[in-house]
Design a protein around this ligand. Structure first.
Ligand SMILES: Nc1ncnc2c1ncn2[C@@H]1O[C@H](COP(=O)(O)OP(=O)(O)OP(=O)(O)O)[C@@H](O)[C@H]1O
Ligand SMILES: [Mg+2]
Length: 250
């Protein structure tokens, strides 16, 4: 019998940890939600209400972290197990991912500057520029993970009141590209080279307040590798970033 190698052992450990965390977390989240929605809030002291809301909020955040760990692990496993691909039409998929990314942001908003200026628009707006019938040959679930991750980052590392995200798809003949542009925090050149390393997060005042593992971009990179695709970044600190993923036309 073959001895499992280090990668297999790590991957099994991650899978086990995330599955073991899932059950207690769903109980914590389920009960805190039930108490918050069923009981009459005025019966609680302000301290109890605040504590319950915080338990519920942090439980939700932890669930997202566990989901990310599980997704990363699944993609890592696919490196040896392989993937199934199908024709995926991009426009509707991106619309759906954008709606979900915005809904998720509303549950766990990133810190935004406070202003009294009521002329400043608030909110996240995703503009999609994609030919109607453009498709790629890809694993749909993994493609969704890529787009959700790039959108989530574009929203998360952005403390503007009005967050404009532009998604553009293009057919270059032998490749199809999808780029996600934001006008948020941007990344310094010395960090751009490192953001695809697992667990790397740019450690500064703003990003340090935001939850995550530093697993999203390494996961996207692995997904692109599984599709013989690529990912590139153009970024300017303070001006924003453009992440572009490319899929080969098969
Ligand atoms: N659009 C972006 N704008 C500015 N910085 C970014 C952007 N996308 C990624 N980064 C930087 O790259 C780092 C790595 O990104 P990655 O998605 O891998 O991790 P994360 O978002 O911090 O955590 P996770 O994805 O596991 O929730 C981030 O911590 C952040 O510092
Ligand atoms: Mg991320």
């Amino acid at each position: 019998m073959n001895e499992p190698n280090d990668i297999t052992v790590t991957s099994r450990a991650l899978s086990l940890i995330s599955h073991k965390l899932k059950t207690p977390l769903s109980i914590i989240n389920g009960y805190s939600e039930a108490i918050l929605s069923q009981a009459k809030k005025e019966k609680f002291s302000p301290f109890t209400s605040k504590a319950l809301e915080e338990i519920n909020k942090q439980g939700g955040r932890m669930s997202l972290l566990v989901d990310k760990l599980m997704a990363f692990n699944k993609v890592t496993a696919a490196q040896t197990e392989g993937i199934e691909k199908q024709t995926v039409y991009l426009k509707n998929l991106i619309k759906d991912c954008a709606a979900k990314a915005i809904a998720q942001e509303e549950e766990t908003p990133a810190p935004a500057p406070v202003t009294d200026d009521t002329s400043v628009k608030r909110g996240t707006f995703v503009e999609i520029d994609c030919p109607e019938h453009l498709s790629v040959t890809a694993n749909e679930e993994m493609l969704r993970l890529c787009i959700r991750e790039l959108l989530a980052n574009a929203i998360k590392f952005n403390n503007k009141m009005e967050k404009i995200i532009k998604v553009q798809c293009a057919n270059h003949g032998d490749t199809i590209s999808i780029s996600v542009r934001d006008y948020g925090a941007g990344i310094r050149p010395q960090d751009v080279n490192r953001i695809f390393e697992p667990f790397y997060q740019v450690d500064d005042y703003f990003t340090g307040q935001i939850s995550g593992w530093g697993l999203g971009l390494p996961m996207v990179k692995r997904i692109l590798d599984l599709h013989d695709g690529s990912i590139s970044v153009v970024s300017d600190r303070g001006l924003g970033s453009i992440f572009t993923i490319n899929f080969p036309v098969l």
